[in-house]
Ligand binder design. Structure first.
Ligand SMILES: [Cu+2]
Length: 142
């Protein structure tokens, strides 16, 4: 009997967590687009490379600021498999957050070929619905 109550409580807890998660997903305008202003796809760059982020039909807002049609940039470096787009993005060497609302950065890449991709996250670092993700570009570091 007691076990049943615990299971019922757990079910209630889990469902309220998923309701909460569903609430923090932000909608995106259908014409919104993330893209690289620099570098260009296929470009040869130096080890220290300036990266400039572009965003159309949405605004940039710092993490923590819940404002409609805004988000902050995440730079995915050499990421073959996209992270789970329904969850807050992790912060790793390959997933860089620009939660301050930055629209450019400078990164260091070892010589060779690398891919870069932009992914917008909402105030809670969760990609929008639909996700605003740029085309993946390739750069060669000499
Ligand atoms: Cu973030």
């Amino acid at each position: 009997m007691k076990k049943r109550v615990i299971i019922a409580l757990l079910a209630l807890l889990i469902s309220s967590i998923s309701v909460f998660a569903a609430r923090i997903v932000s909608e995106s305008p259908s014409n919104a687009e993330a893209y690289f202003i620099f570098p260009n796809d296929g470009q040869t760059v130096q080890e220290r490379v300036k990266v400039i982020f572009g965003l159309r039909n949405m605004g940039v807002a710092p993490a923590g600021t819940d404002q409609k049609n805004t988000g902050h940039h995440h730079l995915l470096i050499d990421t073959d498999v996209l992270p789970d787009l329904t969850q807050p993005l992790m912060s790793t060497d390959k997933i860089k957050h620009f939660g301050g609302g930055q629209t450019e950065t400078e990164i260091r890449l070892p010589p060779g070929k690398h891919t870069l991709q932009l992914l917008l996250g909402n105030y809670a670092h969760i990609p929008h619905n639909k996700p605003i993700i740029s085309k993946k570009i390739t750069v060669t570091v000499e």
